[in-house]
Design a protein around this ligand. Structure first.
Ligand code: FMN
Length: 155
């Protein structure tokens, strides 16, 4: 039977969103964007965002629409902030981890913090990901990344 998959992501400047939308398109599956109610725009948003991520602070997120418990796999994507997941994704995982059956993770980054981010997501969710994918913001911008292996593992 076809697996039911949900792609969930947070994106401040559209990089992670581009990957999330492509994954959802390739798998023909549902997608949900997590919205951080805290203003993350501009320099101030950058500074407080980095600080909140480093301190592992939770935030307030907009109410979600899709129930992750309805899906076989929840694919969770975040930008790397201060070598960690974003507060919005930390909050989503914290609020919903009991509902996850299987998880997969992806992130976009300036180039560092990938392994640590995935490890923190694994520990927080209590689930080992069945697949992971990462790309730098530059790779995303220039379309120099390959999602095929990641997608195959999810099928
Ligand atoms: C607050 C903040 C902290 C960041 N910290 C890191 C970091 O520790 N390592 C890194 O490689 N990139 C870091 N970045 C860069 C982002 O991970 C990267 O630009 C990402 O692709 C942005 O995704 P988005 O466009 O979906 O928001 C940081 C960006 C922000 C805004």
């Amino acid at each position: 039977m076809e697996k039911k998959i949900l792609v969930v992501f947070y994106s401040r400047t559209g990089t992670t969103k581009k990957i999330a939308e492509e994954i959802s398109h390739l798998l023909q599956c549902d997608i949900e964007e997590i919205i951080d109610n805290k203003d993350r725009s501009g320099i101030k948003g950058f500074m407080t965002g980095g600080r909140d991520a480093m301190a592992r602070n939770l935030t307030e997120i907009k109410e979600i629409i899709k129930n992750p418990g309805d899906y076989d796999i929840v694919v969770i994507g975040t930008p790397v902030w201060a070598a960690n997941m974003t507060p919005a994704i930390r909050t989503y995982i914290s609020n919903n981890k009991e509902k996850f059956k299987q998880v997969a993770f992806f992130c976009t980054t300036g180039g560092t913090g990938i392994d640590k981010t995935f490890l923190e997501m694994e520990v927080l969710s209590g689930k080992q990901p069945i697949a992971t994918f990462s790309a730098t913001a530059r790779q995303v911008k220039t379309n120099k990344y390959d999602l095929r292996e990641f997608i195959e593992k999810l099928k």
